[in-house]
Design a protein around this ligand. Structure first.
Ligand SMILES: [Zn+2]
Length: 228
């Protein structure tokens, strides 16, 4: 079967116009994604949903107007930190945390996933209700600029014996704050808060280059427990 443009002049003109609108939309969308990727250092993710991220709370806005409207109302309010130094602090978000805090964790999770090209979402709203046995725990590193670090742990079946073991699914530090030791601080303090040491937990593979370098500072290669 062959599908041709209809022969009527008006119908053809309308179809060409519609094609032009679609083409313009694709071009515009690509430009917005390129700007978004350039601003937030998200390499190769032009196929992701286009949008505007709030640099403080990492909320995704579909348009720039939403982001501008949101800016005055944006707040990153978290309860008791587990560790604080200078102007920064690390907070725990778990199933027991208020909705607003879990929403912040979900926003950070999405942003961290995007910036690290990590495939699976490591935390989302309702994750703990869907799979309570995993005991989702998120640690957020916050400074006056906003949420700048994210570490997600799950209580997964032990790959080396019976029972379960805490596993680090993803650790992320904003590209604006790299090379300042924040990733190491986030890892060490969150593991300490779990009552463990870095060698006691499992690490999700694949590792990024930075991730492997970070973990190998604290765990010898022969002690490293990996989980997929
Ligand atoms: Zn915000």
């Amino acid at each position: 079967m062959r599908l041709d443009y209809p022969s009527g002049l008006l119908a053809r003109a309308l179809l060409y116009l519609w094609d032009a609108v679609l083409a313009a939309w694709v071009v515009l969308r690509t430009i917005v994604r390129a700007i978004s990727a350039a601003l937030y250092n998200i390499p190769g993710r032009l196929t992701m949903r286009a949008g505007w991220y709030c640099p403080r709370c990492l909320k995704l806005h579909p348009t720039l107007l939403h982001k501008v409207y949101h800016r005055k109302r944006c707040s990153v309010a978290l309860s008791a930190p587990i560790h604080a130094w200078e102007e920064s602090a690390i907070y725990l978000v778990s199933a027991a945390s208020p909705y607003a805090e879990r929403e912040l964790a979900a926003q950070a999770s999405r942003f961290a996933q995007l910036e690290t090209n990590y495939e699976d979402p490591t935390y989302y709203l309702g994750a703990e209700a869907a799979m309570p046995e995993l005991q989702h725990r998120v640690y957020l590193l916050v400074n006056p600029q906003g949420i700048r670090g994210y570490a997600a742990y799950l209580y997964l079946p032990n790959s080396r014996g019976p029972g379960r073991r805490w596993s680090l699914r993803l650790v992320w530090v904003s590209h604006r704050e790299r090379h300042r030791g924040l990733g190491a601080r986030l890892l060490v303090e969150s593991v300490k808060h779990l009552g463990l040491e870095p060698k006691d937990i499992a690490y999700a593979v694949p590792f990024s280059r930075e991730g492997y370098r970070l973990v190998s500072r604290f765990v010898k290669p022969e002690e490293l427990i990996m989980i997929s």
